[in-house]
Design a protein around this ligand. Structure first.
Ligand code: HEC
Ligand code: HEC
Ligand code: HEC
Ligand code: HEC
Length: 496
């Protein structure tokens, strides 16, 4: 500062330059403030021109679309399936076919039957009804999923929760609400129809905040641009017999915090049928991992990249085609970064490729660990001798799944994702060492790895009868599913 003051004295024009710069900054901030005010005004005009009143929890997106055609028309594009980046995009991919080790990793759990990469929000209902994970609820009674499975699929969910009560909703059978949950993720999931403000419609998020001693109604408008997504794009589990949807956030957002939460409850999602390890299934901790990355630390929200502004006839609005930001680099990354499109895309690919290098190695080694444990059991291993190894397998797979099931994680939080994957690989190899020791005492010198080079071979190895599962599901899709849709239509629950 002293030096600056001296140079201003000797060269007075520097003072004027500083003055001019400050004025430019003040002017810039003024424009920003004006543009925010202007946007509020624009939005206010939109509301003044409402053509129809939206009352209560209206799940029918088409009716909101009458008032807000731009948002509605871009929302409808979540039906498009025409964009692939190097690893993601809005097209489907049979993930088990691409990486058959995953079938083995999920042996004994429904994910080993069927797992496809996500596509657009418009497909949420179609995909949950068609996947083999929801089985054939007509006669597969042991296998039937709870209604909690609908929780992140539709604005009919808050409507039904309001009508039936939250607990009653979750604990019903999944099939009990088949003719009610019929509109795909839409306006009433994120908006208050009166004010069009962003709103939280899912009790699990509000309750998780409360248990952390926070009040979600204190969230800033910028935080809300992420929190609406955090209603669904998070880690969760179904708690207790009532299958109450719960976010395991009481101790914090890291992979270790959530593991401690589950360990305290002595919770596991299933027992692995090969290794008999008590397993955890990570869902998709997109919000939690994002919070630990560089963009969240600079105050960005999900909508900044996944719902960029668009302009049409002088009106600025949010693009509601929620998709990979790499589909529109000029309206996403380049609103802040001056790099070329090619550079920006490459930053993303570089992070992803590096994470996938470690991921692929973990999937191979973890599959081996499960088979080694099975070999030890088959050779008569004692329960006690296996405990350490089984705990290590649980910890290793939880970390792998946490990093991998958050599909955007390797870009949202590259360093954290690599850290988690490193710990997963470490525990996988520790588990193998432990198992080697047990096998040695049992006199087993050789572990034979099965041929799991394709999805079909891996499914056969873990004992799934895929022909029966497929035939059963097809029968249900042909016979029962149309009756759900018909009933919903006749009761006016969907706009046809
Ligand atoms: C009501 C629950 C819910 C909310 C709210 C929600 N999502 Fe999703 N999202 C899903 C589901 C379910 C899928 C998978 C749909 C499918 O493939 O069937 C998905 C898929 C996606 C995809 C992959 C789609 C593609 O084409 O690549 C992205 C990206 C995404 N969501 C981002 C977001 C963002 C950003 C927000 C907040 C602005 C958000 N989601 C809010 C449930 C939700
Ligand atoms: C996954 C959550 C989500 C869904 C689903 C959603 N919106 Fe939005 N909407 C947002 C976000 C985020 C914004 C930006 C709000 C802000 O910046 O304050 C927004 C903004 C808006 C705005 C304000 C003007 C603008 O474009 O920024 C309108 C109007 C709107 N949405 C209408 C709709 C309609 C109609 C639907 C259903 C067809 C819908 N939204 C579905 C999250 C959602
Ligand atoms: C700084 C920009 C940015 C922000 C902010 C951001 N994302 Fe992403 N997101 C990306 C990029 C880039 C990808 C990778 C896309 C690709 O590879 O095609 C991605 C991928 C995803 C995917 C996987 C899409 C798929 O096809 O499987 C989901 C889901 C997702 N993000 C959700 C979120 C959520 C939820 C938030 C907020 C908690 C968020 N994102 C915040 C840039 C962002
Ligand atoms: C709303 C503004 C904004 C948008 C949109 C945005 N970024 Fe950023 N990005 C930032 C800020 C701010 C930083 C931190 C910069 C710094 O500290 O130098 C950052 C940092 C980064 C970094 C360095 C990360 C690190 O480890 O520090 C990369 C790489 C990056 N962004 C890529 C992207 C890509 C790719 C997209 C589009 C998918 C994108 N960004 C979208 C604002 C943005």
């Amino acid at each position: 500062m002293k030096k600056l003051a001296e140079s201003i004295k000797s060269k007075p024009y520097i003072g004027w330059i500083i003055f001019a710069c400050s004025m430019a900054i003040v002017f810039g901030l003024g424009i920003l403030a004006a543009s925010i005010t202007e946007r509020r005004a624009e939005i206010a005009t939109l509301y003044a021109n409402k053509k129809v009143e939206i009352e209560g929890i209206n799940a029918k997106n088409e009716e909101w679309g009458i008032n807000y055609p731009r948002e509605y028309n871009t929302w409808k594009k979540t039906k498009e399936m025409n964009f692939s980046s190097k690893h993601l995009g809005n097209t489907t991919e049979d993930v088990l076919e691409s990486r058959p080790e995953m079938v083995l990793l999920w042996a004994g759990y429904a994910f080993s039957r069927d797992y496809s990469a996500p596509r657009g929000h418009m497909y949420a209902i179609e995909d949950v009804t068609h996947t083999l994970r929801t089985g054939n609820p007509d006669h597969d009674h042991n296998d039937m999923q709870p209604s909690t499975c609908w929780a992140c699929k539709s604005p009919d969910v808050p409507r039904m929760m309001h009508e039936k009560g939250v607990e009653e909703f979750y604990k019903a059978a999944w099939s009990a609400h088949g003719s009610e949950i019929v509109n795909p993720i839409g306006c009433a999931d994120c908006h208050d129809p009166e004010t069009m403000n962003l709103t939280i419609t899912r009790p699990a998020l509000i309750e998780a905040f409360e248990r952390q001693g926070r009040d979600i109604s204190d969230a800033t408008p910028q935080e809300m641009r992420s929190l609406v997504c955090a209603q669904c794009h998070v880690e969760y589990f179904f708690q207790g017999d009532g299958k109450y949807l719960t976010f395991p956030w009481d101790g914090g957002f890291t992979v270790e915090d959530m593991e401690a939460y589950y360990d305290n409850l002595d919770y596991s999602d299933w027992t692995h049928t090969l290794s008999r390890a008590p397993m955890l299934k990570a869902q998709h901790p997109d919000y939690e991992l994002f919070l630990l990355g560089p963009h969240a630390k600079r105050g960005l929200s999900c909508a900044d990249c996944h719902m960029p502004y668009k302009a049409e006839g002088g009106i600025k609005y949010s693009d509601h085609q929620i998709v990979s930001p790499l589909k529109n680099v000029s309206s996403t990354c380049q609103t802040c970064h001056r790099d070329s499109e090619a550079n920006l895309v490459n930053y993303v690919y570089e992070y992803q490729d590096k994470a996938l290098e470690v991921r692929d190695r973990i999937e191979n080694e973890l599959a081996k660990a499960h088979v080694m444990a099975k070999t030890a059991w088959d050779a008569g291993a004692a329960e006690n001798d296996m405990q350490n190894a089984l705990q290590l397998i649980r910890q290793a797979q939880w970390r792998w799944d946490f990093a991998v099931a958050s599909h955007g994680g390797s870009f949202h939080a590259p360093v954290e994702t690599q850290r988690i994957l490193a710990h997963s690989l470490d525990r996988t190899l520790q588990a193998q060492l432990e198992l080697q020791r047990v096998l040695f005492t049992l006199g087993v010198a050789d572990v034979k790895m099965p041929d799991i080079s394709t999805k079909a071979k891996a499914q056969e190895y873990i004992g799934l009868d895929m022909d029966k599962l497929n035939a059963d599901k097809q029968k249900w899709i042909k016979n029962t599913l149309p009756t759900w849709v018909e009933k919903a239509r006749s009761e006016g629950k969907i706009v046809s």
